[in-house]
Write a protein that binds this ligand. Structure first.
Ligand SMILES: *[C@@H]1O[C@H](CO)[C@@H](O)[C@H](O)[C@H]1NC(C)=O
Ligand SMILES: *[C@@H]1O[C@H](CO)[C@@H](O)[C@H](O)[C@H]1NC(C)=O
Ligand SMILES: *[C@@H]1O[C@H](CO)[C@@H](O)[C@H](O)[C@H]1NC(C)=O
Ligand SMILES: *[C@@H]1O[C@H](CO)[C@@H](O)[C@H](O)[C@H]1NC(C)=O
Ligand SMILES: *[C@@H]1O[C@H](CO)[C@@H](O)[C@H](O)[C@H]1NC(C)=O
Ligand SMILES: *[C@@H]1O[C@H](CO)[C@@H](O)[C@H](O)[C@H]1NC(C)=O
Length: 654
């Protein structure tokens, strides 16, 4: 390389000595480069579609710029190609704004690159609510008129205390049309925070989850316009909500917060607390993911139990300390949740703003997590430790606490009945739902049930349910000592049952032969009638949107828009209250259908579910958990796999 440079320099000097005009020679070389084949050569190996390709395309685009004039149509076409590809790379890197700028560089030459760019641009303009630009590009598109009519109603409601509770009728379709419109996102977050503040104990799961979604969207799509201060505050707010209300590991947002400012105190404190807790706690998946739960967990339960429940020397954290610490840290940063939110139009503020949001943290999902930890810890310790009795008592205390807090009254009664009544039943899907949500609690329930005399001696059907539960979830072979203990008891019961069955069969055979010998028609008793399979009154979302099952996302979006325009109350003129209610229900249904079908993973799951969902087809247990969810009778979240709401809307919080 060095030799090459020396040689070139030598050459230039030599040429200069001989009086040859160097600038002219350069220019000539440049001109030769203004050929299509030259530029094609520069880009033909770019296939990776990443940052490094992007900068190469940008280089080529800069060179190309000098060569463009009226007599070079092929180069203009080539420019379209390059900018289209750059736009795609920006999109794939999540830089929508930059993608927009790239697509806007294309000239209308009737080529397919221009045509597809135009399509991408109109989608981007719509998503960001850039209606003036959309009008320029597609004068005939009437989405903006519809959006603006929703906007008008929306603003009327915002300033009307009596009406603002229904602004989701406008906000939801507006966000479905323009999910990245910063004005609408801001209004939505203001509205959600008002709901969270109004909720009891600052604790509404659905609302909290929606807030983190809105905040994350803003961070992702509008990062450029956010000051560092605002970004730090958003990360902190999300982390706090994740940790406490959603019980999701918040480290990602804490890390991002600290990477912007290592000394931001709220994040520093939070980080300290979380890492202290993570050192002692089992992971969430060890307690909530059934697979991990049943595999070997090398956990020092003794240590955990001490950590939370024993009041030891001064530096020892315990349950109360954490409670106080959390209450304190929310209230200390109260302005980040009320008046000085990082993104706000200061809407829906209450006049009597509270000075404290939270007085006790016990209701938060995070505390239920700790209760589960303590339930599990004492369960394990009741097997091995010296103070078995003591731990059994503590196990009952924490396990019952979590059941009281998360079961509906009906479900709690159902369970208590199985303990106290001789032939009470426990629905199979009930125990499975508990298992898929909080495995610890299911195992605790089984322990209580199988230790009853009633169960061992009399209750054949309940025995069958428990046996099937163990069998279906492979609980006869686990590494968990407590489950092993249960398994051996259940195994004994199975053996007894088998013996009984054999006896009964022999008896039946005898009867059969007797009847046969006597030539009599036996009374056909047959097995007891099977319970009908749990019905799944699933809505047909495809039918609701009137799209075929194989509709692509574009068709689904079109159909949604079409229906929203048709059914939105704005379009209905004068309606009676009854009609309004009907239209409202119809709109909710349409919104729900769109929420599922427009999200690839939710749609996948929904498709899977409805495929297997016919009568008798027996949905898998994973699906039953969601079923429970949607019926709203099992009011807590699944936080095992990091996605707390794998399906649809959560109704109600704790
Ligand atoms: C247009 O560009 C081509 C190639 O770069 C060049 O040969 C031609 O002279 C230019 N024409 C004008 C009018 O600038
Ligand atoms: C691009 O769109 C225009 C107008 O819709 C059309 O006339 C033209 O044929 C399209 N070009 C290509 C290559 O598809
Ligand atoms: C919505 O209405 C508000 C208040 O009238 C106005 O400031 C805003 O520009 C409107 N947005 C759109 C997209 O029409
Ligand atoms: C919109 O809905 C109407 C009926 O409500 C239907 O006739 C029309 O085909 C729909 N258009 C699209 C694009 O789905
Ligand atoms: C709507 O109906 C009510 C009573 O039926 C009537 O008083 C009112 O003027 C109507 N409003 C419009 C905008 O038609
Ligand atoms: C749906 O089923 C397919 C195969 O039947 C599977 O690969 C996929 O993971 C399932 N998706 C969901 C979301 O359950």
């Amino acid at each position: 390389m060095r030799h090459y440079h020396i040689l070139t320099n030598l050459l230039i000097v030599t040429l200069w000595l001989f009086g040859i005009d160097i600038p002219a020679a350069w220019a000539k070389a440049e001109q030769n480069n203004c050929k299509l084949t030259y530029f094609q050569g520069l880009t033909k190996d770019l296939k990776r579609f990443d940052n490094s390709d992007l900068s190469k395309y940008q280089n080529v685009a800069a060179k190309l710029e000098h060569c463009l004039n009226e007599s070079t149509p092929d180069l203009y076409l080539f420019k379209n190609e390059i900018f289209y590809k750059m736009g795609l790379i920006h999109l794939s890197l999540g830089n929508d704004m930059k993608a927009m700028n790239a697509f806007e560089e294309l000239k209308n030459l009737g080529d397919s690159y221009y045509n597809v760019s135009k399509e991408r641009l109109s989608d981007l303009y719509t998503s960001f609510g850039l209606w003036a630009r959309l009008k320029n590009l597609l004068p005939e598109d009437d989405t903006s008129e519809f959006f603006k009519s929703l906007n008008k109603t929306l603003y009327e409601k915002i300033y009307d205390e009596n009406k603002f509770s229904t602004i989701d009728d406008e906000l939801v379709p507006m966000l479905n049309i323009s999910p990245y419109d910063i004005d609408i996102l801001t209004i939505r977050s203001d509205f959600l925070f008002r709901k969270l503040i109004d909720s009891s104990h600052f604790n509404d799961l659905t609302v909290a989850y929606e807030i983190t979604r809105v905040y994350e969207t803003i961070l992702e799509k509008h990062k450029i316009m956010l000051s560092l201060d605002k970004r730090i505050q958003i990360h902190y707010s999300i982390a706090m909500i994740q940790l406490l209300i959603l019980n999701i590991e918040p480290t990602q947002h804490i890390r991002k917060c600290l990477s912007i400012d290592m000394d931001y105190k709220p994040c520093k404190d939070l980080s300290l607390m979380v890492s202290r807790l993570n050192k002692i706690n089992p992971t969430r998946s060890q307690l909530f993911d059934t697979q991990t739960y049943t595999s070997e967990k090398n956990i020092d339960w003794e240590e955990i139990n001490k950590y939370y429940t024993v009041d030891k020397r001064k530096n020892q954290i315990n349950y109360d300390w954490i409670n106080n610490h959390i209450v304190e840290s929310i209230n200390r940063n109260i302005d980040l949740f009320i008046t000085h939110r990082p993104i706000t139009k200061k809407l829906f503020l209450k006049k009597d703003t509270k000075t404290e949001l939270v007085s006790t943290a016990d209701n938060f999902a995070f505390f239920k997590f700790i209760d589960i930890i303590l339930c599990q810890a004492n369960m394990e310790l009741s097997l091995k430790s010296k103070n078995k009795k003591e731990h059994k008592k503590l196990m009952d205390h924490y396990c019952k606490k979590i059941m009281k807090e998360t079961f509906s009254k009906e479900d709690l009664d159902k369970f208590v009945n199985t303990l106290n009544k001789k032939d009470a039943q426990l629905p199979e899907e009930f125990i499975n739902t508990v298992w898929n949500t909080y495995p610890t609690v299911a195992i605790y329930m089984v322990d209580k049930i199988i230790s009853r005399k009633n169960f061992r001696l009399h209750n054949g059907q309940l025995q069958d349910v428990i046996i099937k539960f163990f069998d279906d979830n492979s609980l006869f072979n686990t590494m968990d000592p407590f489950i092993q203990k249960e398994a051996s008891i259940i195994q004994k019961i199975m053996n007894q049952k088998q013996k009984l069955n054999e006896q009964r069969q022999q008896q039946q055979q005898r009867q059969f032969f007797q009847q046969f010998a006597g030539g009599q028609q036996g009374q056909q008793r047959g097995p007891p009638p099977q319970q009908p399979p749990a019905h799944n009154p699933d809505k047909d979302y495809y039918k609701i949107l009137s799209v075929p099952k194989d509709a692509n996302s574009k068709e689904i979006r079109k159909a949604y828009l079409n229906l929203t325009k048709k059914y939105h109350p704005d379009k209905q003129g004068n309606m009676s209250e009854d009609e309004q209610k009907k239209v409202h229900e119809k709109m909710s249904e349409i919104n729900e259908a769109y929420e599922i079908l427009s999200d690839d993973s939710k749609r996948n799951e929904y498709d899977n579910m409805s495929r297997g969902g016919g009568p008798g087809a027996g949905a898998s247990f994973g699906n039953q958990r969601q079923q429970g969810n949607r019926n709203g009778w099992f009011n807590f979240q699944q936080q095992a796999q990091g996605n707390p709401f794998p399906f649809g809307n959560m109704r109600g919080g704790f």
